[in-house]
Design a protein around this ligand. Structure first.
Ligand code: DGP
Length: 114
């Protein structure tokens, strides 16, 4: 998708604080962090949201969670605890329509979220 900002970041056409990158999955710091550690993990492929995942994406999803764990270890939040979430659609305030998982940590994360 030409205009999608996360596709642009994946193609290297927009700057980001990249934490991980391979042929299928990237991770970079959120521009508007909500916790001391806040990064996003996403497929390079343009998938709009979790609603668009199919059984064919099983391997991709498992790769995404592998990357979440690798980066969480590097950022030192795996041990203390972290939150992994994906917003889907308007009511959840999904702003960027390219599937991404938020990973937050480094402070006490309250529940329920706002
Ligand atoms: P969501 O509401 O789930 O669609 O969250 C989108 C997140 O993406 C939001 O926390 C801010 C972040 N974001 C938006 N634009 C950019 C950008 O250009 N660079 C980076 N690093 N993060 C961005």
């Amino acid at each position: 998708m030409e205009e999608c900002i996360f596709c642009k970041i994946a193609r290297g056409e927009m700057a980001s604080d990249m934490l991980y990158s391979d042929d299928d999955v990237i991770a970079f710091r959120d521009i508007n962090p909500q916790a001391p550690v806040h990064f996003l993990v996403l497929p390079r492929e343009h998938i709009v949201s979790a609603l668009d995942l199919t059984p064919d994406d099983a391997v991709l999803l498992s790769r995404i969670f592998e990357v979440i764990n690798i980066v969480a270890e590097k950022e030192d939040i795996a041990e203390s605890g972290m939150r992994v979430l994906t917003n889907v659609g308007r009511a959840a305030e999904q702003i960027v329509l390219h599937l991404h998982f938020h990973v937050l940590g480094g402070r006490r994360l309250h529940w329920p979220p706002g």
